[in-house]
Write a protein that binds this ligand. Structure first.
Ligand SMILES: [Zn+2]
Length: 71
């Protein structure tokens, strides 16, 4: 599965992959669900990926504010 918020997709911090697998499909999926990157087997959580996305969205918004005249 991809973890996305708006048009920003979460990336594995290790291999930059965008696919994640729910580690425990028997349990309901929620913010604290454990996910694993199928490429490098890095373990993370849905919550961590959402935080990563919001950090990146903030950084991009800031870059746009300050770098608008360079486009
Ligand atoms: Zn990975």
């Amino acid at each position: 599965m991809e973890v996305r918020l708006g048009n920003v997709v979460a990336r594995c911090p290790h291999c930059k992959g965008t696919e994640f697998v729910h580690m425990d499909p028997g349990t309901p999926f929620n913010m604290l669900s454990d996910l694993i990157c199928p490429h490098c087997e890095l373990a993370t959580t849905y919550c961590e990926l959402i935080l990563q996305i919001s950090d990146r969205a903030m950084a991009e918004a800031r870059a746009k504010l300050h770098g608008g005249d360079k486009l």
